[in-house]
Design a protein around this ligand. Structure first.
Ligand code: 9WN
Length: 417
């Protein structure tokens, strides 16, 4: 399936809807390929970095070709408006920085010092850019568009409602030609997304202090950054270089995430505490919770039938929004469905905090879901139905990663099964 999405230089994220290269899709695909085809994984990383801006930002989409079946396309983004943009057209925003973790996985599977020398400095400038351009007072970094994290997640509703969308650009919905409208963001969502793009474009994609039309401190983005900084410091160690900035950056983010622990919710407080989305569990990925907090997060939130875990009427987990939230919408994109990448992040977090049996349970459920419904973009938690784009690359690549890490479990645990 992955081979059918492969142009040789980039993997398209899905058989449908997405014809270009997306940032965290490519990183997760490269990570999943690490043990299978590390050379192809390295090509994916190189292709993505061709889109890096001169100030360090690695954009959320790199438009390698001229496909016309995606909106908003390169002409809307018009990255040439900024002198910082590369020649290759790109979007003007970024996405969760998984890439350093992918490069570490590639290096662990098949060491290649020349490749590290080529890409590690680029990762350093991207992470440094995030702390510089997106700094928040608390030590975390902010996102400037819902597309930098999880599009229509209810956690962004309140911040988006504050936008003035008068004079918004016309919305073009090519996605709904191939996917049921009920599984995608609404036109109102798209009006807000395009309003932000329009404003950011007018500011050359580099808003000054107080100018960004949308600012949100996303826990998923920051948790991914915390892990990526630690991985980058490790990569500098392999290279014999100086990983001190990365190490310190990662620790700062982890400490600031730890301060968001909410004792009454057994989860972390997001920017909008009225919404309960899976974002509030993400610091688990960065092993932020203490042993006692991790236990409560699993029992009372992640695996709770009333919240994110499997229940009688919705046996597939983890839901992207809590089932007890009024915003829960089980088929609409990031407002309820199960995503394979979310499960993968949480499995890795459970392993990191030592909840091995719980990690194995979620891994098994995730593998059962793809066995039942194939490699889809997301899934209905009630029926397990595949939703969104079919033939979804990161769902396949992360399945490879889950399978290969299951195989490398200690002998004793394999024998005792
Ligand atoms: C907008 C490619 C991307 C993912 C995002 C996902 C979705 C795009 C869209 O698809 O976003 O960037 O058109 O909906 O939300 O996480 O990277 O798979």
């Amino acid at each position: 399936m992955l081979a059918s999405n492969d142009s040789g230089a980039i993997f398209r994220p899905g058989r449908q809807i997405y014809p270009f290269q997306w940032n965290w899709d490519s990183a997760l695909i490269a990570l999943g390929l690490a043990r299978i085809d590390s050379e192809r994984g390295r090509t994916e990383v190189r292709s993505l970095l061709r889109g890096q801006w001169s100030d360090g930002m690695v954009p959320h989409i790199v438009f390698h070709g001229n496909a016309t079946d995606y909106a908003p396309g390169p002409e809307v983004w018009d990255s040439a408006v900024s002198p910082l943009a590369p020649k290759l057209p790109t979007s003007g925003i970024t996405q969760p920085p998984v890439l350093a973790s992918a490069v570490r996985a590639l290096h662990e599977a098949a060491p290649d010092a020349a490749f590290l020398a080529e890409v590690v400095p680029a990762l350093e400038t991207w992470h440094d850019w995030l702390h510089r351009e997106r700094a928040d007072d608390s030590g975390l970094v902010a996102i400037h568009h819902p597309w930098e994290a999880a599009d229509n997640s209810p956690r962004f509703d309140r911040a988006l409602a504050r936008l003035d969308t008068a004079g918004a650009p016309a919305v073009e919905r090519l996605d709904r030609r191939v996917v049921d409208a009920a599984e995608r963001p609404t036109d109102r969502d798209y009006t807000q997304y395009l309003t932000i793009v329009d404003r950011l474009h007018a500011l050359g994609y580099r808003p000054g202090p107080g100018e960004a039309p949308f600012v949100y401190v996303d826990l998923s983005f920051n948790s991914i950054l915390a892990v990526a900084e630690a991985d980058l410091a490790w990569l500098w160690g392999e290279l014999g270089g100086d990983g001190r900035r990365a190490q310190a950056g990662g620790s700062r983010v982890r400490d600031a995430l730890a301060a968001r622990w909410d004792e009454s919710a057994a989860a972390y407080a997001g920017d909008d505490d009225a919404t309960a989305t899976v974002d509030t569990l993400f610091p688990l990925y960065a092993a932020v919770p203490s042993a006692a907090q991790a236990r409560r997060l699993w029992d009372e939130a992640l695996w709770s039938p009333a919240r994110f875990g499997p229940s009688q009427d919705a046996p597939w987990a983890v839901t992207s929004t809590s089932k007890s939230s009024p915003a829960y919408d089980p088929r609409r994109y990031w407002r309820g469905p199960v995503w394979i990448n979310v499960n993968w992040f949480l499995i890795r977090g459970l392993e990191r905090v030592g909840l091995a049996a719980e990690a194995a349970e979620l891994r098994q459920l995730t593998l059962d879901l793809v066995r039942r419904s194939g490699f889809s973009e997301y899934y209905d938690p009630h029926t397990g139905d595949p939703l969104g784009s079919g033939g979804f690359s990161w769902s396949a690549a992360l399945t490879l990663d889950l399978l290969s890490t299951a195989r490398s479990r200690p002998e004793s645990s394999i024998r005792s099964r």
